[in-house]
Design a protein around this ligand. Structure first.
Ligand SMILES: Cc1cc2nc3c(=O)[nH]c(=O)nc-3n(C[C@H](O)[C@H](O)[C@H](O)COP(=O)(O)O)c2cc1C
Length: 181
């Protein structure tokens, strides 16, 4: 069974990014993929801000990512880029932690103004870690309803875009897995 990691860069307790990742995870689970959801909030802040490379939580996360077939990385836009805490966390992981991994970048933002943050901020970061990024999906806050159980995405167009990206994501993950076998 292919392992997919959902990595959320939102420090928010009630996070739209997390809701979108959970929705994607549910869809992939229905297709038989094994899903693990990790948030920056799950890693002790002390470990991140004291640069503890030997932190057990970070070692565990590294092993999870290295053992995965694909990773979906989600982040809210903060001041026109990914969150600082996501960067601080990724700074502590090995520089090639995403080597050979298919990665689907997802961002949520309050306005359409930062639609390209995926292109100019998140993708270059993922590529520096040797990840192979899919196109990605950007959600505006008005397209996500936090109160809607099951599927929080209320805009049909962006929902279609996400479904298409998930299709391409699993297609790439499966192709790579078959090639390795
Ligand atoms: C500190 C901070 C900075 C933000 N900066 C931006 C920004 O530059 N551009 C934007 O479109 N939205 C910005 N937002 C809005 C968030 O990106 C948006 O509400 C997002 O959906 C929050 O995701 P979350 O609920 O997963 O944390 C900012 C929000 C916060 C809290």
């Amino acid at each position: 069974m292919s392992e997919i990691i959902l990595l959320s860069g939102s420090p928010s307790e009630y996070s739209r990014t997390d809701l979108v990742l959970q929705y994607a995870g549910t869809k992939l689970k229905q297709e038989g993929y094994s899903i693990t959801h990790v948030s920056v909030r799950d890693i002790p802040a002390d470990d991140i801000f004291n640069l503890r490379f030997d932190s057990p939580a970070l070692k565990e996360l590294t092993l999870l990512i290295q053992g995965a077939d694909g990773v979906i990385v989600g982040s809210p836009v903060y001041k026109a880029a990914y969150t600082g805490v996501l960067k601080a966390l990724l700074d502590l992981l090995p520089q090639d932690v995403l080597a050979g991994k298919t990665v689907l970048p997802i961002m949520t933002g309050g306005s359409p103004a930062h639609l390209l943050a995926i292109e100019y901020s998140l993708k270059p970061l993922l590529s520096a870690l040797k990840g192979q990024s899919q196109q990605g999906v950007y959600f505006q806050d008005c397209q996500i309803d936090k109160k809607q159980v099951g599927n929080p995405i209320i805009d049909v167009n962006v929902l279609e875009r996400l479904k298409k990206e998930l299709y391409y994501f699993v297609e790439t993950v499966n192709r790579k897995r078959d090639y390795v076998l």
